[in-house]
Design a protein around this ligand. Structure first.
Ligand code: NDP
Length: 328
């Protein structure tokens, strides 16, 4: 079988290359999946490269998500021929992942492919899209409804951001997309954004306790100075779903005022350890609420051989939308 193998040399440098390996090298666990497609997420960029402490041991097969067909299973929940999706559970980091023609994983980590999705569409969605949907569901659970006002999406031309824009627009929300790439404005409008906000408008750190109330909700992939500013611009009682840290791990310039004077909620979203039932709920919502023609417009097709280049590109914020990797 073919796999992207990352090896570490004596100087501690990592090298990624496609190799032919024996299937017997796969970890011994419950379900063997013939992988159709995987994707490229920010974390994959880290794991294709030096690992950033995420990879447990080398040689390693990255790929934090995949979709394919069960080939063998010692767990009664899955049978040969079943179509499945995997995201999270530190697969592709602590365990061998989806950048291979086969993967062997625990049954608990899998979700049956929802009706209405192909394995390719599931990976066009991938961890990024699942996270976007979990964020939309969290905002809805905290009261967001169409008509409440503009919903801000930061890091909008990235993977999570692109899917979030498309889902929110399809649900009837007015969507404002923040991007540092003005050349992506037309793309974001094609996904349903009605307002484009330049990244620089939200990156200055201020000491103001509050600003004018603008946003009815926010899905934030950036954190850093941007989240500090956005919190002060949220409408009374609204929520921000924090999903990422593309702009830094701190929340710069943040004050307590939005929380105690405007009742703003900051909702943390984690896709990795998300319980099975909510994962299933999110995938079913994706099959229903994500417009498939717009999903296709976000897709850049790739093969295993493209991954070293794409891994480096996503770390520089240069990947648009969703990469779908045909591992065969
Ligand atoms: P992408 O790289 O595809 O998207 C991130 C986007 O953020 C970029 O496209 C860019 O958008 C913007 N951006 C990048 N650097 C900066 C910066 N310095 N300042 C401001 N904006 C910046 O990554 P993903 O969409 O896959 O992931 C986004 C984030 O979410 C990552 O931090 C990732 O680790 C995290 N994540 C978290 C998950 C969870 O379970 N909570 C699951 C998946 C991802 P633009 O060019 O439009 O400005």
């Amino acid at each position: 079988m073919k796999a992207l193998i990352v090896e570490k040399d004596e100087d501690g440098k990592t090298h990624a290359a496609v190799q032919e390996i024996d299937e017997s090298r796969l970890p011994e666990t419950e379900v063997t999946v013939a992988v159709d497609y995987s994707t490229v997420n920010y974390k994959d960029g880290l794991c294709i490269g030096p690992g950033a402490g995420l990879v447990r041991s080398y040689p390693h097969v990255p790929g934090i998500d995949f979709a394919g067909t069960v080939e063998a299973s010692s767990d009664a929940r899955y049978r040969p021929g079943d179509k499945v999706v995997l995201t999270g559970w530190r697969v592709g980091e602590a365990h061998w992942g989806g950048y291979a023609q086969k993967a062997r994983v625990r049954a608990d980590w899998l979700v049956p492919l929802p009706d209405g999705l192909t394995t390719r569409a599931a990976m066009a969605v991938g961890t990024a899209g699942l996270t976007a949907m979990l964020a939309v569901m969290a905002l809805e659970d905290h009261g967001l409804k169409p008509g409440h006002g503009p919903v801000l999406v930061t890091g909008a031309a990235g993977g999570v951001g692109s899917v979030a824009v498309a889902i929110l627009a399809k649900l009837g929300h007015e969507v404002a997309a923040v991007t540092g790439r003005p050349e992506q404005a037309e793309y974001l409008k094609s996904l349903g954004a009605t307002q484009i906000v330049a990244r620089e408008e939200l990156t200055e750190v201020t000491r103001k306790p509050l600003e004018s109330e603008v946003w009815a909700g926010c899905i934030d992939a950036v954190a850093g100075a941007m989240l500090g500013r956005v919190l002060k611009q949220m409408k009374y009682g609204s929520s921000v779903a924090a999903i990422g840290l593309a702009g830094g791990a701190a929340i710069e310039g943040a004050l307590i005022t939005p929380f105690i004077l405007r009742g703003v909620n900051l909702l943390g979203i984690d896709s990795v350890m998300q319980p099975y039932d909510n994962r299933l709920r999110a995938w079913k919502r994706i099959a229903r609420d994500l417009p498939m023609d717009q999903l296709e417009a976000m897709v850049e097709p790739a093969t295993l051989a493209d991954l070293p280049r794409l891994g480096a590109a996503i770390l520089k914020g240069q990947v648009r939308g969703r990469v779908v990797v045909d591992v065969n």
